[in-house]
Write a protein that binds this ligand. Structure first.
Ligand SMILES: [Ca+2]
Ligand SMILES: [Ca+2]
Ligand SMILES: [Ca+2]
Length: 423
């Protein structure tokens, strides 16, 4: 396996182990426009029979990903191959919406109002787990109302639709909605048939007469639904706890399989009720019980989008004015370094990196409300820190609200590392 990143770093793995990592430059690392990607020769057909590097061999399976896979994923693909599995796309977040004043996507494509849904929608403040959060309130939607979700995951499971996915939502239903049907999810974008996930009158979650768990009024819950339609199943979770693995009436490419869009919080005949939502996330695979448990319950920060890799932060002394993220890791966690007595502020300031579905990179900054920072970058060696002029000064908005900053595409190749400098 070989990965190429935007900076031109090429990493080669054999049997799941990293054997080589080098800088080949952004041009060599990218596909050449106008030329096909060939196996056994280059795009111009240079290395064909008669050339000294040509040869014969056997090939069983090939896969190409639109992002850099991590060492953990490389090892997992190798182990899966040993077990006779096909090359499987690692599960990632393909869509996330955090409702911080609008329908914008944190990952993927913004939600859209179906019809006049804006008229039953408001954005407001709430408190989740003792922390402030920006949330959306939704009313009881009619057939013509709802929120159009473009999940960005494509098709999988060997079908023409999305057959393996996990839908997660941090929601709260007020007492006025208790013991009512509450439509959560409609897989038919035209809302022409019954909704496909509900909270029912007994406050359980599910579909088709199978409802388990308890959604408590005026309480924030993290609901999760892990679909594997290849075996007709959906595993249902409340606050990280499995309440039931349900067998569905249809499977592969059937009722619960998704085309490019689906609807949130609506139903075809008014089995809907008002509620609040802080965060919704979809991933292009079936998360395990352990993975869902690791995500925990509802939080003001929303559903974790990127699992941290490794950790040194918080284990030693911290410095208030700098956090560091490196472009070279696939999932980047903040590193704070240096000595200082102001560790509390540093603990609350986090710089992380997101890979967007279009493969562009964004920085995410969480810090105390009103704190001001400049983003600085340096080359790989990290001795020449310079402010990133195109980003300018940023103001953090409190722990509940990440500030997401796209990394300028034209500058992505030259930046190697980023850090925050408190102003
Ligand atoms: Ca939110
Ligand atoms: Ca219905
Ligand atoms: Ca339906």
């Amino acid at each position: 396996m070989v990965t190429f990143d935007v900076n031109g770093k090429a990493s080669t793995y054999v049997d799941g182990d990293l054997v080589d990592s080098r800088d080949v430059g952004p041009v060599a690392a990218g596909p050449e426009s106008g030329l096909p990607i060939n196996i056994g020769q280059d795009g111009k057909g240079t290395y064909t029979d008669g050339n000294s590097v040509s040869g014969q061999g056997l090939i069983d399976e090939v896969a190409l990903w639109g992002r850099v896979l991590s060492p953990v994923e490389a090892a997992s693909l190798y182990q899966g191959g040993n077990a006779g599995n096909a090359l499987v796309v690692p599960t990632v977040v393909t869509g996330q919406w955090d409702f911080n004043g609008n329908l914008d996507a944190t990952v993927g494509t913004a939600l859209q109002y179906l019809g006049d849904t804006a008229s039953i929608t408001a954005f407001r403040d709430a408190t989740i787990g003792g922390k402030p959060a920006k949330v959306m309130s939704f009313g009881a939607a009619t057939k013509a109302q709802g929120y159009v979700m473009t999940h960005g995951a494509g098709a999988n499971g060997g079908g023409t639709k999305l057959n393996q996915y996990t839908l997660i939502m941090d929601v709260m239903f007020p007492a006025a909605s208790d013991a009512k049907w509450r439509g959560l999810f409609q897989t038919d974008p035209s809302n022409a048939n019954d909704g496909d996930l509900f909270v029912n009158k007994a406050n359980g979650i599910g579909i088709s007469g199978q409802y388990q768990g308890k959604v408590v009024a005026d309480t924030w819950h993290r609901l999760a639904f892990a679909f594997n339609l290849n075996d007709k199943s959906v595993s249902k979770y409340i606050d990280g706890v499995l309440v039931n693995k349900q067998t569905l009436g249809e499977g592969f490419d059937g009722r619960w399989a998704l085309g490019s869009t689906a609807l949130l919080f609506t139903d075809e005949d008014g089995e809907t009720a008002a509620g609040l939502v802080n965060s919704v996330q979809i991933r292009n695979g079936t998360l395990s019980d352990a993975e869902i448990a690791a995500l925990g319950g509802a939080s003001a920060e929303g559903i974790p989008a990127v699992r941290a890799v490794g950790s040194t932060a918080g284990s030693g002394s911290t410095s208030v004015d700098r956090t560091l993220a490196s472009v070279h890791a696939p999932a980047v966690r903040p590193v704070v370094s240096g000595s200082g007595s102001e560790s509390k502020a540093a603990d609350r300031t986090q710089l992380s990196m997101r890979v967007q579905p279009d493969q562009s990179l964004a920085l995410s900054v969480v810090g105390p409300a009103g704190a001001r920072y400049r983003v600085e970058s340096s080359g790989f060696i990290g001795t020449d820190w310079q402010p990133v002029d195109s980003i300018g000064e940023i103001e953090t908005l409190g722990e509940a609200t990440p500030v997401v900053i796209p990394i300028p595409a034209d500058g992505a190749a030259e930046f190697r590392q980023f850090r925050l400098k408190r102003q």
